[in-house]
Ligand binder design. Structure first.
Ligand SMILES: NC(=O)c1ccc[n+]([C@@H]2O[C@H](COP(=O)([O-])OP(=O)(O)OC[C@H]3O[C@@H](n4cnc5c(N)ncnc54)[C@H](O)[C@@H]3O)[C@@H](O)[C@H]2O)c1
Length: 298
């Protein structure tokens, strides 16, 4: 049995939210930021269409959201499967008759190799989920969001959609691309006068299962787990993933309620944004030194 983490973040209902009665779709809702988003939106009276590739953790999130008192629809969904995402969009529209918000949240970290060493299979997996998953979700739900008259697409990029990081090549590639795709969508929605807001979210380090899931995935695939890689996961969990999923989700939902087109989550994401703007040419050298030094510090 999986333990239901997150009961501590259920909290009480939030009255008078603009999300009250809206139909909100969240991918990757079984864990971390996705689960916390689901619970935050449930507390605001949103109606949830939740999906995840992991059925068991998804059921746990649904149980927590139902306990808050909202209507929850769940679907086992792999966002890299285009036909399945299209069927999901049709299904949600048919069930609720409308769709207002889409959080393209599902994501994976991939392995920890340099671009010189990385196997193509890591690129295939990471881009399939983090990039194609976002494209599939957006394209499939967009007609319904337009038809709702009050739509909102929220795509979860990362601090790594602003700033590169060593040994995260596939992840950075996917998250920079999500930002480009989302900003293009925003221009097009405005140009066409469609009633759809578009938000890109850049979270910094959030204390979720993302690093452990990458390690578990590598184990499942029979990849050799080096001490260096294990140490890297420990370093991420202990030093970089600091904000709680609840805090991250709260900042995201508040930003969405306020109609912000771009949401930076956490001090690290804000610093990354400033560094990328002020030092676009010199930051890669500085980052290389910083990461070597941090990794060497016990
Ligand atoms: N945790 C962080 O520090 C951080 C920072 C920046 C951005 N993000 C992004 O936030 C999003 C959520 O990540 P998280 O940190 O909550 O991680 P997490 O591992 O806790 O949750 C990710 C969820 O996505 C699901 N998932 C994985 N592959 C899927 C697929 N193919 N189809 C559907 N669902 C799938 C997993 O089962 C899991 O429930 C991701 O896009 C991630 O890249 C996370």
């Amino acid at each position: 049995m999986s333990t239901i983490q997150g009961s501590a973040i259920q909290g009480s209902a939030i009255q008078g939210s603009a999300i009250q009665g809206k139909v909100v779709v969240i991918t990757g809702a079984g864990s971390g930021i996705g689960r916390a988003l689901a619970l935050g939106i449930a507390r605001r009276g949103g109606i949830l269409a939740l999906s995840d590739v992991d059925e068991r953790s998804l059921a746990d999130t649904a149980a927590l959201a139902k306990a808050i008192g909202t209507d929850v629809h769940t679907t086992r969904l792999d966002v890299s499967d285009r036909a399945a995402v299209e069927a999901h969009a049709t299904d949600v529209q048919a069930r609720f008759g409308r769709v207002h918000q889409l959080y393209n949240n599902a994501g994976i970290a991939g392995g920890g190799s340099t671009i010189l060493d990385a196997d193509w299979s890591i690129y295939d997996r990471v881009l399939a989920v983090n990039l194609w998953g976002v494209l599939h979700g957006t394209r499939a739900f967009l007609p319904h969001l337009v038809a709702s008259g009050d739509g909102h697409v929220i795509n979860i990029s990362s601090l790594n959609g602003l700033l590169a990081q060593p040994e995260l090549g596939p992840y950075c590639t996917s998250k920079f691309a999500v930002r480009g795709f989302t900003e293009t969508l925003r221009v097009e929605m405005r140009q066409a006068g469609h009633p759809v807001q578009v938000t890109v979210v850049h979270p910094g380090g959030v204390r979720t299962n993302i690093a452990n899931a990458a390690l578990a995935d590598a184990r499942r695939r029979g990849e050799q787990i080096t001490d260096e890689y294990r140490e890297r996961i420990r370093f991420y969990n202990d030093r970089l993933l600091r904000l709680s999923p609840h805090q991250a989700a709260d900042r995201i939902v508040r930003g969405v309620e306020a109609g912000h087109p771009r949401i930076l989550v956490g001090a690290d994401a804000k610093i990354a944004d400033v560094i990328a703007r002020l030092l676009p040419r010199s930051y890669p050298g500085l980052l290389g030194c910083l990461f070597s030094r941090l990794a060497a510090t016990p």
